[in-house]
Design a protein around this ligand. Structure first.
Ligand code: AMP
Ligand code: ZN
Length: 722
């Protein structure tokens, strides 16, 4: 039996893995919270668990895996009550019950796993079905002196568990989040203590009866209870993402070991995080992609699985669409290999390759190295059929579903050509037979002659359109001469109605102008792409650039500034509807050579900390709803700061950049426009708005705080104020 070694978070070393009981490996995987869709980062962690299972199976183990479904809300219910999750809030408002929402997201979770080829677990227990089991453990912990009751809440007494902190290294609770300390519960004896049970506040939907009154369980106790019920008191493996180490797994371990008196888990395995474009994933950043987001951009879910094989599970992995594209190509190549060649095992040839493959897996589940062995084998000299047999063999671990790839069934017309070609070849008429090959290939097939006869494969599946995937990929035309008087630029996401309204008004009201309308489709998936392409096909003034995902507001606006060919560039937000032609007034405002930016809405400030709307003509900053700038000024001032992925403060930041070069900012009054509700702003919860606004505001302050010289009416020196 192959001996697998794995890094153990508890001991911080790579250790040989041996199950307690040889008959089955008991494995617990922290599962999803089902009040939202899982994102591709979560899926990376489930893929890691899947490769681990498959590698163990290849090593001869039987694995019993339990993946819990968190549907009781626990701590996260509180965030939800604060309106964190718009989807849930909307569903609740629409009369759906918490149970219905949970059932919906549980379903989509299972669909995601299936699309990625993840082997189903033995059980998917739901936390809400295990509240009595949680209560049993809590009672037991109180009886053993590891937990105490304080005002209808039950807390785990961390000081009573000597080994607390061994898993995460957080012996003194330094890792406690700021927020946890700020809202420190006065009932706790020690700030490290954590809730096992909490009394239900009035009006709470999810609550259960308990010996301590109606309430709900703490977050960690659910995993202790479900692990114990479905696997017993001693597990071989426990997996999750690195963010689970503290506090979740530290606390889970403390509870379980304090309750049982024995060792809870032999081997803790944690997967590193997935980043997107080098950034932490967050719904509010717009980069917390779901599998559906990839599928709606034309990618095969299995391509994401393939992509995750390129990084070791203990390393961070940076997701980009360019990498996903390459992964899809790699996958298509493997599928084609299988499609074109029947497998025929040649153990003598493949054995060294399989040994190398297994050695990579045995070395702390090194899937990227194992995949490397596969490619090396495919490129090595040797019989193609033996290679395909070995490929199918190792795919039991890779899980790409290559065994399901079938030779292609050509339509009758092609079959007939194949038969004719066969006849010609058997007669030795090679020239005409080669012409037939050409015809077959011309129909979109690849043809390979094997000992078993000819095999067909359709040409590689078309990849999703190759759009701009990084801001750097947008060429700059800034140094080229103007071709029109004005470029009106829009950056659009998923808001087809706003987009249509905005585009049609611009085209109508600027009909007599020398202008172009340049639209950056910043990764839309709602049909905006198709609408724009169709519109541009019949409208010569409309130019469109597609990006394959949302590059952020700063990068989107820079794409306009780089690609514009007008002497003047007017950046318009899609919430703006033109009710007349604004270009003459803007042109006139920008006619004074020291005016750098003109706009519709202006702001003033006395201290750079606080901005107010103004009706005045000269302003300190212009709002991004409508901004006009000469291209010659862009050349001088430079582009916008692309760290602003979210639009707020980007406009003020750029305003200051323009001021810094000595230009004035002027409001063009009475521009013919109507302002509609801002769709990004309106799509967000209060908290998201606050978080993002704060982030951008801090970024802005960091850069400009000291530059009171740039504002027109600085406040009197401190001290004389008030
Ligand atoms: P949650 O639903 O937040 O409990 O997360 C489910 C699983 O995904 C947990 O094991 C997390 O540790 C893991 N996870 C969360 N964020 C990421 C990420 N960005 N990359 C990889 N795994 C993650
Ligand atoms: Zn858990």
């Amino acid at each position: 039996m192959m001996q697998i070694s794995l890094f153990n978070t508890l001991t911080r070393t790579i250790e040989p893995f041996t199950p307690r009981d040889r008959s089955a490996v008991l494995m617990y995987t922290c599962g999803p919270t089902v009040y939202r869709s899982v994102h591709i980062g979560n899926l990376r962690t489930y893929l890691m668990a899947d490769w681990l299972r498959r590698a163990l199976a290849r090593a001869g183990h039987t694995v019993r895996q339990v993946v819990n479904i968190t549907d009781v809300g626990h701590m996260r219910q509180e965030q939800l009550d604060q309106g964190e999750d718009k989807v849930v809030a909307a569903a609740l408002a629409a009369g759906q019950t918490a149970g219905e929402i949970a059932a919906f997201y549980t379903d989509t979770f299972h669909q995601d796993l299936a699309r990625l080829g993840i082997t189903p677990a033995a059980v998917y227990p739901r936390a809400s079905d295990h509240v009595p089991e949680m209560i049993t453990i809590i009672k037991h912990l109180i009886a053993r002196g590891h937990a105490y009751l304080a005002d209808e809440n039950v807390y785990f007494d961390v000081a009573s568990f000597a080994d607390y902190g061994a898993l995460s290294g957080n012996v003194h609770g330094e890792g406690l989040e700021e927020g946890v300390r700020v809202t420190a519960d006065p009932h706790k004896r020690d700030p490290r203590d954590f809730a096992l049970w909490k009394a239900a506040e009035p009006g709470r939907t999810l609550q259960w009866p308990s010996p301590w009154g109606p309430g709900f369980p703490g977050w960690h106790i659910e995993c202790s209870a479900m692990a114990r019920k479905h696997l017993g008191e001693a597990l071989d493996l426990h997996t999750g993402g690195v963010d689970n180490i503290f506090p979740h797994h530290e606390d889970e371990r403390a509870q379980s070991e304090a309750a049982s008196g024995g060792r809870f888990v032999r081997h803790w395995v944690h997967g590193q995080h997935l980043l997107v474009d080098g950034l932490k994933m967050a719904k509010s950043t717009g980069n917390a992609y779901t599998l559906d987001d990839l599928v709606s951009r034309g990618y095969d879910p299995v391509a994401f699985r393939y992509l995750c094989m390129s990084a070791h599970y203990r390393h961070r992995m940076n997701f980009t669409f360019a990498a996903l594209r390459a992964a899809q190509q790699g996958l298509a190549h493997l599928r084609e290999r299988v499609r074109l060649t029947p497998a025929r095992a040649e153990p003598a040839w493949s054995e060294p390759w399989l040994t190398a493959f297994d050695a990579a897996l045995a070395d702390d589940l090194n899937v990227p190295a194992a995949l490397g062995v596969v490619w090396k084998m495919l490129h090595a000299p040797g019989n193609e059929q033996a290679k395909v047999a070995a490929l199918l063999d190792v795919d039991a671990v890779l899980g790409l579903g290559l065994g399901d790839v079938r030779p292609c069934e050509p339509p009758p017309a092609i079959t007939e050509l194949l038969q004719q070609r066969d006849t010609l070849r058997s007669r030795g008429d090679y020239d005409p037979s080669d012409r037939l090959r050409g015809r077959i290939e011309g129909e979109g097939y690849r043809l390979l002659d094997t000992r078993e006869g000819p095999r067909l494969a359709p040409r590689d599946q078309p990849l999703p359109a190759s759009d701009v995937t990084r801001s750097q990929d947008v060429p700059s035309l800034l140094d080229q001469p103007d071709t029109v008087a004005a470029t009106i630029g829009l950056v659009v996401g998923n808001a087809l109605d706003d987009l249509r309204r905005c585009v049609e008004r611009v085209l109508r009201w600027c009909a007599g102008e020398s202008m172009e309308l340049f639209v950056v489709d910043n990764g839309s998936t709602d049909g905006s792409r198709q609408w724009l392409d169709e519109r541009a096909a019949v409208e010569p003034r409309l130019r469109v650039l597609h990006t394959d995902h949302d590059l952020g507001e700063g990068a989107g606006r820079n794409a306009v500034l780089k690609q514009a060919r007008g002497a003047m560039v007017v950046l318009v937000d899609t919430s703006i509807e033109l009710s007349g032609n604004p270009l003459p007034a803007l042109r006139q405002t920008l006619a004074e050579s020291d005016v750098g930016l003109a706009g519709a809405y202006g702001l003033t400030t006395e201290n750079i900390q606080c901005f107010e709307e103004t009706d005045g003509r000269e302003v300190d900053a212009l709002e991004g709803y409508l901004l006009a700038i000469r291209r010659s000024v862009v050349r001088d001032v430079g582009l916008m700061d692309e760290k602003y992925r979210f639009y707020r403060n980007l406009d003020i930041d750029y305003s200051f950049q323009v001021r810094e070069r000595g230009f004035r900012l002027v409001r063009a009054p009475d521009l013919p426009l109507i302002m509609h509700p801002h769709r990004i702003w309106n799509s967000m919860s209060e908290e998201q708005r606050d978080a993002l606004s704060k982030k951008n505001f801090n970024r802005f302050l960091h850069r400009w705080r000291e530059r009171t010289d740039l504002i027109r009416t600085p406040a009197p020196p401190a001290g004389r104020h008030h």
